[in-house]
Design a binder for this molecule. Sequence first.
Ligand code: M6R
Length: 366
Amino acid sequence: EKGGYEHFMIKEIYEQPKAVRETMTGRLAKDDSGVTFDELKWSKYDVAAIRKIAIVACGTAYHAGIVGKYLIENLARIPVEVDVASEFRYRSPLIDDQTLTIVISQSGETLDTLAALKEAKNLGSRTLAVTNVVGSSIAREADQVIYTWAGPEIAVASTKAYTTQLIVMALLSIYMGALKGALSPEKIHQLCQELKNLPGQVHELLEDVEPIKTFAQQYGFNEDVFFIGRSLDYAVALEGSLKLKEISYIHAEAYAAGELKHGTLALIIEGVPVIALATQKDVYEKILSNIKEVKARDAVVIGVGLKGDTELAKYVDHTIYIPATGKFLAPILSVIPLQLLAYYAAVTRGCDVDKPRNLAKSVTVE
Ligand code: M6R
């Protein structure tokens, strides 16, 4: 049932072009004019009534929520807060009937996320679940549900669920942005076209994984790895770092690159691998100066940039390029080399990729 692949994780990584396409099907208009959600059917009044959005999730789904915050705030201009469910539950959140609570959960069974959803409902919030499992507890509890059509995810490390969660966040942002009048038809058109290009671009990325395999073999025995990025690249850094930790057991940390000087730079010494994401044009110069900071301490830097970027290679030791796309969708592509890096590092170290120690696929206990 692994379809010729050695592990479920790598099979699921390779299923991403299809998963991404299926999550958009029927939602993205054929002529790129906008987004529809038959399961929501919101009016402009429904969206205007949302004063605040609270996104609640755990682990990788929480990282999708961080991207969601950025997308919704930028494209739909609605304030968003993001919490891990185990914090949200116990912090007496300021949620009311003018709040939309979005819970994200691949399995739809994560106990803390389900409890947070119930808490939000008790406080009078409207609720929306983004989940991959039809009829799951979270799907049944929420007022409305958007399914990610990733297909069953078996490996403990979440991959295709994450990329499809990002697709839903992008679609939802465009949907709400259009209903709010926050987006011009041209902007909507451009975003829809970029979305439509994604499945092919994900496929393209998966065609040549040899360089990533080589990095994993080269650096797979280091005990510490750092991921840095700014803006959406920081959100992806968090996900890349979690992936590496959970399956290869390498100690990894993700930092907002601007925070390096506030402490972490002390840990950067000769030979430490730093994975620097540089896909966000508006902070590009800033990340280059952070790369210079770590290079000055003799870190080994792997830069992740957009195809066509001729600058990045001058500052880093190795480069990984992702197909060019707009800043909002770049995370859907830039996370893929990081998933592969984690996978091949785990294989290099002889780890049990699909069933990492101490972890369960869905956390139904506290
Ligand atoms: O099923 P959920 O999306 O609610 O699961 C949330 C986390 O447990 C999950 O994403 C976990 O962090 C993964 N093992 C990450 O790869």
